[in-house]
Design a protein around this ligand. Sequence first.
Ligand SMILES: O=P(O)(O)OC[C@H]1O[C@](O)(COP(=O)(O)O)[C@@H](O)[C@@H]1O
Ligand SMILES: [Mg+2]
Ligand SMILES: [Mg+2]
Length: 313
Amino acid sequence: MPAIDPSHIPANLRPVMEAMCATGAQLSRVIARGPLAGKLGAGVGENSDGDQQKALDVMADEMFEAALKGTGVKYYASEEQESVLTLDGDGTYALATDPLDGSSNIDVNVTIGTIFSVFAATGDAESSFLRPASEQICAGYIAYGPQTLLAVTFGAGTQLYVLDPDSGAFVLAEEKMALPVAAKEFSINSSNRRHWTGPVLAYVEENEAGKDGAKGKDMNFRWVGSLVAETHRILTRGGTFLYPSDGRPKYENGRLRMVYEVAPMAFLVEQAGGKATDGVRPILSLTAGELHERRPFVFGSAEEVDRIADLHG
Ligand SMILES: O=P(O)(O)OC[C@H]1O[C@](O)(COP(=O)(O)O)[C@@H](O)[C@@H]1O
Ligand SMILES: [Mg+2]
Ligand SMILES: [Mg+2]
């Protein structure tokens, strides 16, 4: 039994998607067992970026790396590894992943996820990933929440699959997700307010003023702390997300990584009719200069993302 309904997946990417989904399903069973599966949220070290690694970060990375061998993935880049690994010497793809997104939520039973991005393997290992984000041929996330689901794009819309716990397979639920143009919600880590730049503060103040201000409508606020959960909510019912640069040391480019988080989410959002920028420039027009670099990230409903760009003007 295949781990995903292959009918809407390009034939050459089916082995990769099959490996991602079989591993995602396996991981969802580990996550569902929580403390019965061990100390999944325990600190076990640091990654090359200086982020604390949790046991589940490392486990997820090892599982995806092992599963992708033999699927045509030549280069494997992971948030949890310092440099690119070569999996299949004769493979044709370069796959980047944040194997476990939202690590701070592992121990609190809140949605966490896996993010991935695929380029054609060209040139050497690193340069396969240091390319314009518009050259991605596939991007997706798996969300481990009340449902385990997969949102994926191959450049012709964003598809949604749900893991059927009875069959163990991801089943197509929506052929084309449509991100609403207008928003009623926004998301930003407000504890960083005192470090924000003027345009970010102006946007948040406009939302807080709601009906009584220039915006003329009330906006609700949400912050989960898992990019995957935030993206899924916004893809489903609209909204905006901001992780901007701020004045804290090491946050001059925000927190999120271009290759593992920002580029794939931007591709998924744009394919669903939303917009994704660094505040001003479309993410898909940008190229990562380094594997682990961070980028300010703004995405969501087109009207709001345009408004944020205007405030920067
Ligand atoms: O600590 P903050 O500011 O709430 O940041 C939350 C952000 O950090 C992340 O958890 C980073 O991802 P990782 O868990 O993969 O390091 C995002 O999922 C989330 O949007
Ligand atoms: Mg992450
Ligand atoms: Mg992670």
